[in-house]
Design a protein around this ligand. Structure first.
Ligand SMILES: [Zn+2]
Length: 269
């Protein structure tokens, strides 16, 4: 009996140790908690060093290598991400070279401090939206426009995935785009930003969008899914396809929003 008792105690200890080690992920650092540990602070500063010297990264390849280095060191301490590092990375969203801009957005997505990444990606996407709302007439402008659209898509994704309050003002601006192509991209990404303002902007976008072109069905589906993700409200889609059915549905949604402004449904504000 005694031996069995010791054995089960041993099992308990072993299970506890396993559970404790499972809590620390492979890409976490046990010493980085509310700030960087000395080792990672030193490594991160070294990775960011090219930003501190004038013309420290003269070629796009230099900037790409810096971004690779930052990503590699950040991956060693995913449990603490430095906002200052994300701000430096976000600075390269404005780089002259498209590859660098795309890579900066990607690094923000993979290792960026989430509040900074969500806010700055959203802001940059919202600033790109007006020029992307109309397709260029001149063939010479098409390549640049397509590159900006590619960056826009990734930034909207980074913004939506962040799920942070700081991304809300930009998401609201993005949902107000007059371009239905851009709206579809935004509608598919905005469900993670669970604020009252985003929920209202989703409804407004839905009311304002034309219901008759070939993509309006897909857009409505994306907006309804976003509305549900943001509000977590158990609301049925409009029963019929008439204008009255839709108006009744929107009125129900607005009523729900009013009743649940700071409610237990978990809206962030
Ligand atoms: Zn560390």
């Amino acid at each position: 009996m005694a031996a069995a008792g010791t054995g089960s105690r041993f099992c308990e200890v072993l299970l506890f140790a396993l559970a404790a080690s499972a809590a620390i992920r492979a890409d976490d650092c046990p010493d980085c908690a509310s700030s960087l540990c000395p080792t990672h602070e030193e490594r991160e500063e070294a990775a960011l060093a090219p930003f501190n010297t004038t013309n420290g990264m003269p070629t796009p390849e230099d900037r790409l290598a810096t971004l690779d280095g930052i990503e590699a060191v950040c991956r060693q301490h995913m449990n603490f991400r430095h906002p200052g590092t994300a701000r430096k990375v976000a600075g390269l969203l404005f780089d002259a070279d498209h590859r660098v801009r795309m890579r900066a957005a990607e690094v923000l997505r993979t290792v960026g401090e989430i509040h900074t990444a969500g806010e700055l990606a959203g802001r940059h996407a919202a600033s790109l939206a007006p020029q992307l709302a109309t397709k260029p007439v001149k063939p010479s402008e098409a390549a640049g426009w397509n590159r900006d659209l590619e960056l826009f898509k990734l930034l909207v994704l980074v913004c939506g995935e962040s799920g942070v309050m700081e991304a809300s003002p930009s998401m609201v601006r993005l949902l107000g785009t007059p371009s239905m192509d851009l709206l579809e991209i935004v509608a598919n990404a905005c469900g993670g930003i669970r604020t009252h303002e985003v929920a209202t902007a989703i409804l407004n976008a839905w009311v304002a969008m034309p219901k008759t072109d070939s993509r309006s069905g897909a857009r409505a589906v994306a907006l309804l899914a976003a509305w549900r993700a943001v509000t977590r409200a158990e609301m049925k889609a409009p029963k019929g396809a008439s204008k009255e059915d839709f108006e009744r549905f929107v009125a129900e949604c607005r009523k729900w929003l009013k009743e649940n402004q700071n409610g237990p449904e978990g809206l962030l504000n």
